[in-house]
Design a protein around this ligand. Structure first.
Ligand SMILES: Cc1cc2nc3c(=O)[nH]c(=O)nc-3n(C[C@H](O)[C@H](O)[C@H](O)COP(=O)(O)OP(=O)(O)OC[C@H]3O[C@@H](n4cnc5c(N)ncnc54)[C@H](O)[C@@H]3O)c2cc1C
Length: 299
């Protein structure tokens, strides 16, 4: 086997400093993969502790996710955590894909139910497949107990959940099935994160909860982001962005500054890491993460 097996991310959390992770998504076209690899190479100056690559269940997206993960790992040396979802596959097929991840040396997987495929509104359980991320967590844990799993958490509740409390009850099922850490959906107001952590801890969950941060880089993103994520958009941020509408660089700077302040506050409160939704953009990620790296150098 070409690759060394990865150390479990759960071990990295035992170090006494916050972990830095960056998320990439596979581009829509094959041609854009080279440019994403270049972006990841640039971001690697800040030495993230690991990087994750999102998963789309369709054939070409899936193979592009695998290709992007492999290239980032082999060509750049990034510590990659692939994402994996239940969408569109039977247990048997999920098992085969999992075997491929394992054979490639991955020992960390972000384990999810997944979003409905493009054009579909609701998640539909594949016959012979899984309905919830917790089912996939249990399945992976049984097949490969040495795989370390991250799962998703939602400070402003998952859009389909009846309440935050019931969503956290379901989160507990994922954790009890074998998850090692939680990475949250993006949010723009840290108070939602702190309230969430309080409730999660009260439910008896003790594993690390890593906040997910995404800088707003363009005004046209906002509507889509807030729809997809359920995230409350602070009036104050909206006003600051509106004041520089039309000036792309100024908008980007407001978004980066806001994310920077969120991160600084979270670090002060002792979070176990920061997960950056980097939007496949190098400069904003470098702007945001280099200050962090100065304070917490990589080993
Ligand atoms: C960090 C992060 C990374 C992501 N990466 C990807 C990706 O790569 N690809 C992708 O397609 N999507 C990704 N997503 C989006 C995610 O797939 C969607 O938010 C999806 O709708 C839910 O996935 P989940 O794993 O949280 O599901 P689940 O934990 O299964 O929860 C889904 C819903 O079902 C409810 N629920 C859970 N268990 C039960 C139960 N036993 N009984 C009844 N109700 C239950 C929950 O309350 C919730 O409302 C990501 C999200 C995050 C936060």
């Amino acid at each position: 086997m070409k690759n060394n097996h990865q150390a479990p991310i759960s071990d990295l959390f035992k170090n006494d400093k916050p972990l830095l992770s960056v998320e990439f998504f596979p581009p829509k076209s094959e041609e854009a993969v080279d440019s994403l690899i270049e972006t990841a190479r640039r971001i690697n100056v800040v030495k993230p502790d690991f990087a994750s690559v999102t998963y789309g269940a369709g054939g070409s997206t899936r193979s592009r996710s695998a290709d992007v993960s492999r290239r980032m790992k082999d060509e750049i040396g990034l510590n990659i955590m692939p994402h994996f979802t239940c969408v569109g596959a039977t247990r048997e097929e999920l098992g085969e894909i999992l075997d491929e991840f394992y054979a490639e040396g991955y020992r960390n997987i972000m384990t999810l139910r997944g979003d409905p495929p493009k054009g579909e509104e609701n998640f539909v359980v594949t016959e012979g497949g899984f309905a919830y991320a917790s089912d996939l967590v249990g399945f992976i844990n049984k097949r490969y107990p040495d795989i370390c799993m991250g799962v998703a958490g939602y400070p402003e509740k998952h859009p389909e959940a009846a309440s935050l409390e019931s969503d956290i009850e379901k989160l507990k099922i994922k954790v009890d099935a074998g998850a090692a850490f939680i990475t949250t959906q993006l949010f723009f107001d840290n108070d939602y994160f702190y309230r969430y952590v309080d409730l999660v801890r009260k439910s008896g969950i003790e594993i690390p909860i890593v906040p997910g941060i995404m800088p707003v880089l363009a005004l046209k993103q906002i509507k889509r982001i807030t729809e997809l994520s359920n995230a409350h958009f602070p009036k104050n941020l909206e006003q600051r962005l509106a004041a520089v509408d039309g000036d792309k660089e100024a908008v980007r700077q407001v978004g980066v500054d806001w994310a920077h302040q969120q991160m600084a506050d979270l670090i002060t409160q002792g979070v176990p890491g920061i997960h950056l939704y980097a939007m496949n953009k190098a400069q904003s990620a470098i702007d945001l993460l280099s200050a962090f790296r100065k304070e917490y150098p990589s080993d």
